[in-house]
Design a protein around this ligand. Structure first.
Ligand code: WT7
Length: 649
């Protein structure tokens, strides 16, 4: 992506001010308060974060030092001891929150279940005892591969209670992806289900786990939740039923006090090389980031019914379905299935049925709703909503306006929140009672966040110009390292400009200091809000016996943001056919998961390369987008390659 394209993004000039009514009740309701706190957070970070950590978290032992920073390694709140699950559960007991709903669950088939804080606590205590009885100890890893059901949160929190490090694997990932993740962190246990409901069909989770485990020697046991009731193979000695273990488990469990920097979870995400990165988050800093942003950005109140539509397999599900809202004592709505099952108004039906007040979703979902038609909204009142959020990719102004009018009825502030798996919590966002919003901009930095936009040479660009997005100050919920690969951590995030965190995004500031994020500028695509590494897709393709070489690029897509287009050259003895095309697309889905299935696949006689043999992805991107190849191609090795690619299809 060139600086020019970064700069040319959106000339949107509409501004929406928070209403007086919202402002008056907001957790933070004045510009002066934002300015004062922001200034303190960047000028006296130790004082600011020290106070927040005391206000927002419950400690077993107070910390002695707020931050030890030896670039790029941060240690926050050292000397302190606490437990994340205790913060999410135990501390609400014995208060008015005890019998309030912690989770309201709606399954795709329509089953509804509510767990109060007390009930959720009981389940988590029991499951923590189960984990202990299976020999899981502090610091060991457990993989969670589950549908969006309350037990997924129970499993996460039970791990946290013991200091067992969880790694949640998105239920849409394939057995290959499960295997890679389990083997990378040597998980001792897998927690899964017989299946989950999606579009009226059963997602066979257990079957995928079984396939993965044929080559995952570290796994001793698999705990299987009965969700769909379909028949699954249970391997004697290895596989155990959740309900049988739970029936025998005591309901009392004392959470383990853990040091602030004890690893809480590993979450794998795509990077610019083939191997997924195990982003490591630790206890206190992460929990503070998630809790505090839930309070200030989502303005959560005692009476809210809060719904973040993300799956727990993503960071958004970790921070804003589980840890943030439960630590803040909110009522979380959890929905298992697809947004259009049985009909395209399922989400609106859920909002009305449960009185959802805060709704947080992704632009790709919003664009689908727009396409499905306004008539599906007309049937529902949506009167309970008071705040809307967006995350995952830049939201286009048309989608923002539609969200504002059709869902928010022009009444609800929209928080467009920029952050990443690596940042753990929201970094750049409007504050709903304070910040005037502009459709398409994620507005201003949250407390303690200092974004800078730099050019190719690491020089700060002029305001209004585009460049690479960096964060210059450490923040509590930042990733600590990549699991087992600290050198990759340093190289990936801290070497573009030494000492600064490189986000991998292109962005610009406008004249008012509002941030406009354009999207990834590394070899990572954002397909429907999911991060997909082009290198991962390419290595999946070349692992197929017919493929000689492959290149994956993004193409702008109205619905998905970006669509995945692959160019493939075949081995000499192979012939191109539609059948092979389908086979290769299915092969990628099998290797990574359905989210990575190429939208288009094109056979090519050769790929455009530089004279030193590097694939020129820029050219392929232009071809994929259907445009002419522009810009400099003088380094291209063989000009005929481009001509033949353009003449195909
Ligand atoms: C990438 C991070 C943590 C959020 C879920 C995705 C893009 C995310 C926005 C936004 C523009 C956004 C960026 C970022 N992104 N939110 N509000 N505006 N872009 O987490 O998978 O770690 O992806 O998503 O490109 O780098 P992720």
């Amino acid at each position: 992506m060139t600086d020019q394209t970064i700069t040319s993004v959106s000339r949107e000039s509409r501004v929406f001010k928070p209403s007086a009514e919202f402002k008056a009740q907001a957790n933070l309701g004045s510009e002066a308060a934002y300015k004062r706190l922001y200034a303190e957070s960047v000028n006296s970070p130790a004082r600011f974060w020290g106070r927040q950590a005391k206000d927002f978290l419950t400690w077993r032992k107070p910390f002695s030092q707020t931050l030890q920073w030896k670039t790029p390694h941060a240690k926050w709140f050292t000397g302190g001891m606490l437990n994340a699950a205790e913060n999410c559960l135990d501390r609400h007991l014995g208060t008015a929150r005890e019998n309030k709903a912690a989770i309201i669950f709606e399954g795709e088939p329509g089953d509804i279940r509510t767990l109060t804080y007390k009930q959720l606590h009981r389940e988590v205590c029991k499951f923590a005892n189960v984990l202990e009885s299976l020999g899981l100890r502090k610091g060991e890893r457990a993989a969670i591969y589950m549908p969006m059901v309350p037990e997924a949160a129970v499993a996460m929190l039970a791990c946290a209670r013991l200091g067992v490090v969880h790694t949640v694997i998105f239920g849409g990932f394939s057995s290959e992806a499960i295997k890679d993740r389990i083997n990378d962190c040597n998980a001792k246990l897998v927690i899964t289900a017989d299946g989950g409901w999606r579009r009226g069909k059963i997602v066979e989770l257990k079957e995928s786990v079984d396939r993965a485990l044929s080559s995952s020697p570290s796994v001793e046991h698999v705990v299987v939740l009965k969700r769909t009731g379909n028949t699954v193979a249970m391997q004697e000695g290895r596989d155990l039923w959740w309900h049988e273990l739970m029936a025998a488990a005591p309901a009392v469990h004392k959470a383990k006090p853990l040091p602030s920097e004890h690893p809480l979870f590993i979450l794998y995400t795509s990077g610019s090389t083939g191997k997924p990165k195990g982003v490591l988050h630790t206890t206190a800093g992460y929990l503070l980031g998630a809790t505090m942003t839930t309070h200030y950005v989502f303005d959560v109140k005692e009476t809210d019914i809060y719904w973040c539509t993300a799956d727990i397999g993503w960071i958004t599900g970790h921070s804003y379905v589980v840890y943030g809202p439960l630590s803040a004592g909110a009522t979380v709505l959890m929905y298992e299935g697809a947004p259009n099952q049985p009909a395209p108004d399922r989400f609106w039906e859920i909002i009305d049925r449960h009185g959802v007040t805060i709704f947080y979703t992704a632009p790709t979902a919003i664009r689908s709703f727009m396409r499905w038609g306004d008539e599906y909204l007309a049937k529902h009142s949506l009167a309970s909503l008071r705040l809307l959020g967006s995350v995952g990719e830049p939201i286009n102004p048309e989608a923002w306006m539609w969200y504002h009018k059709m869902v928010g009825k022009k009444r609800c502030p929209i928080v467009d929140t920029w952050w990443q798996t690596e940042t753990g919590a929201i970094m750049v966002t409007p504050l709903p009672g304070v910040t005037p919003t502009k459709p398409g901009s994620c507005a201003r930095p949250f407390f303690g966040v200092v974004p800078k936009i730099l050019d190719e040479n690491g020089k700060e660009v002029r305001r209004g110009e585009g460049g690479k997005l960096f964060l210059t100050q450490p923040w509590p919920s930042m990733l600590r390292t990549l699991w087992g690969d600290d050198s990759r951590f340093k190289k990936q995030y801290w070497s573009e400009v030494p000492g600064l965190y490189f986000a991998g995004d292109g962005a610009r500031f406008d004249k008012d200091g509002y941030l406009w994020v354009v999207g990834r500028i590394d070899d990572v695509l954002n397909v429907s809000g999911h991060r997909i590494g082009t290198a991962e897709v390419e290595s999946a393709l070349v692992s197929h016996p017919a493929v000689a070489e492959a290149a994956a690029v993004g193409r702008p897509d109205e619905l998905k943001g970006q669509a995945l287009v692959c160019f493939v050259t075949l081995k000499g003895n192979q012939t191109a056919s539609d059948e092979l095309k389908d086979q290769l697309r299915a092969h990628v889905a099998k290797e990574i998961g359905a989210i990575a299935r190429p939208d288009a696949l094109r056979f090519a006689a050769a790929l455009p390369k530089t004279r030193s043999g590097k694939i020129m992805r820029r050219i392929l991107k232009e071809i994929a987008a259907g445009g002419d190849v522009k810009g400099d191609i003088t380094t291209l090795e063989d000009f005929n390659v481009v001509a033949s690619l353009q003449s195909e299809e």
